[in-house]
Design a protein around this ligand. Structure first.
Ligand code: TYD
Ligand code: MG
Length: 457
């Protein structure tokens, strides 16, 4: 049998291993992600498959005999958070909350801890970043009083597990998985092997005891959690804080959820007293909308199961260089270029000599084709210097021949526009059926971009 090397190199992005240091990871293609980690094989397991040693008798179940009742859920006390979790906290689940530093992860989990403790649960909060006094200070600032919240400023997983075994809490929170280390592994806290080890230990604990465990994780510059692939595979649910720090609302999104729909979002407003749930996000995103300005239109996108109205802005202005630049924020850049090409060919708009900027207001990110028509409408409005009525909303996918295609969940989208008092809705012709019954809103179906332009201006 080959001798185990004392050290190996591990890609900090995807967890790939190599005996030699590599500049570029052969698996994920990232540069400069290899770090040296110590390899330690413990006693009896050395050289043999650990899976075999851990084998214990288990049985298979007949599909028909498995109980199919929903998992029981506990409310986190924060409605928007429950929604993202898929309806509440599931016993024995491991939830990862990721986001950039300072975006509000600790605030959110602390607020949740208070609500849970108010509901009579004992909450165990492990903080590897702040001392108990700092957390108390933050809690005081947020006006929190939690009788059965226990705080442990500790980073050694062994010590944490011992204390948890002693106190038997109902919920465990680990504030930043990157700070916690297991002494079974010699590499530094935050490295892929440590993060993976700590996560699997917590997972095992959660499954064995039925205790829900929440862990927070920092996101790297490139926008992923350190050791993202390995970590995201281990946990049950991944929730990301989205958007940038310069807006005073915060969006959390479930990018993976074994216990509910992925892509569900929750919207919060950030205040001096913590995060406050926003019941009607559409209203928030349309708040500062300019009335009667060119290059602005409202579109309806679906975020998980929830329709949301957002404003799309565009600016087309003569370029100072030979060819116009295209810049986008909150919408796919390539998709924008494609839509501009379609506009040039099918609508005869000469945009090649214009710089075109597209922006989704409020720092929101839209990534569904249903927003195509909104982007086209906003660009056309700015290019032609014609205002789109502020009481009009649009949605629809645009194809390469300039056709407007139907989108999913048209009913839900139309209702949201109706609720917010829009008077006219321009939708794909194939979606129009069934929407006419909506009161107080005129629904117009279009099948080509030409039709859409006629309706808009
Ligand atoms: P924090 O929760 O510590 O961010 P993270 O754990 O993701 O690094 O929040 C960063 C700072 O923002 C902190 O000083 C508190 C402040 N803050 C508020 O004042 N109100 C809020 O609603 C939130 C979310 C944060
Ligand atoms: Mg924090």
């Amino acid at each position: 049998m080959a001798k185990q090397p004392a050290t190996i190199f591990v890609c900090q992005n995807c967890g790939a291993q190599s005996r030699k240091w590599l500049g570029q990871c052969g698996d994920c293609g990232e540069w400069n992600t290899f770090a040296e980690e110590r390899f330690r094989v413990t006693g009896a397991a050395a050289g043999r498959s650990t899976a075999m040693l851990n084998y214990r008798a288990s049985e298979a179940y007949a599909y028909g005999k498995i109980a199919s009742d929903e998992d029981e859920r506990t409310t986190s006390g924060i409605e928007e958070f429950d929604r993202v979790l898929g309806g509440g906290i599931v016993a024995g689940s491991l939830v990862l909350i990721g986001g950039a530093p300072g975006i509000g992860k600790s605030t959110l989990v602390l607020q949740m801890a208070e609500r849970l403790s108010d509901g009579g649960m004992s909450v165990f909060y492990v903080s590897g970043e702040e001392s108990e006094r700092q957390i108390k200070l933050r809690g005081t600032r947020l006006g929190l009083q939690a009788e059965s919240l226990f705080i442990m400023p500790e980073t050694n997983l062994g010590a944490i597990m011992d204390e948890i075994a002693k106190t038997r809490p109902n919920v465990v929170i680990v504030d930043s998985i990157q700070t916690v280390f297991s002494s079974a592994i010699e590499s530094a806290p935050g490295s892929v092997s440590q993060v993976r080890e700590v996560a699997s230990q917590l997972m095992m604990f959660a499954k064995q005891t039925g205790t829900p465990v929440f862990v927070t994780g920092h996101v790297t510059k490139e926008g992923s959690i350190a050791g993202p692939k390995t970590l995201e595979h281990i946990v049950d649910t991944v929730i990301y804080f989205e958007g940038d720090r310069h807006h005073n609302h915060r969006i959390i999104r479930a990018t993976k959820n074994r216990f509910g729909a992925a892509n569900e979002i929750g919207v919060f407003e950030m205040t001096g007293t913590g995060l406050i749930a926003v019941g009607n996000p559409s209203e928030l995103f349309l708040q500062e909308r300019p009335e009667n300005a060119t290059g602005s239109v409202v579109t309806v996108c679906m975020e998980g199961t929830r329709p949301m109205l957002v404003e799309i802005q565009a600016l087309a202005s003569g370029t100072k260089f030979g060819t116009g630049r295209r810049m986008t924020q909150g919408f796919d850049h390539n998709r924008t270029s494609l839509l501009i090409a379609v506009m040039e060919k099918r609508l005869g708009m000469q945009l090649a000599g214009d710089d075109v900027f597209v922006n989704v207001a409020g720092g929101f990110e839209v990534d569904e084709p249903a927003a195509d028509l909104g982007v086209v409408a906003a660009i056309a409005s700015s290019f032609r210097e014609l205002v789109i009525s502020p009481e009009t909303a649009v949605f629809g996918e645009v194809g390469l021949t300039g056709e407007v295609r139907g989108v999913l969940q048209a009913q839900a989208r139309a209702r949201e526009a109706q609720i917010l008092g829009f008077k006219k809705l321009i939708v794909p012709e194939s979606n129009r059926k069934g929407l006419e019954k909506l009161l107080g809103i005129r629904v117009v179906g279009v099948s080509t971009l030409d039709d859409a332009m006629d309706e808009l201006f």
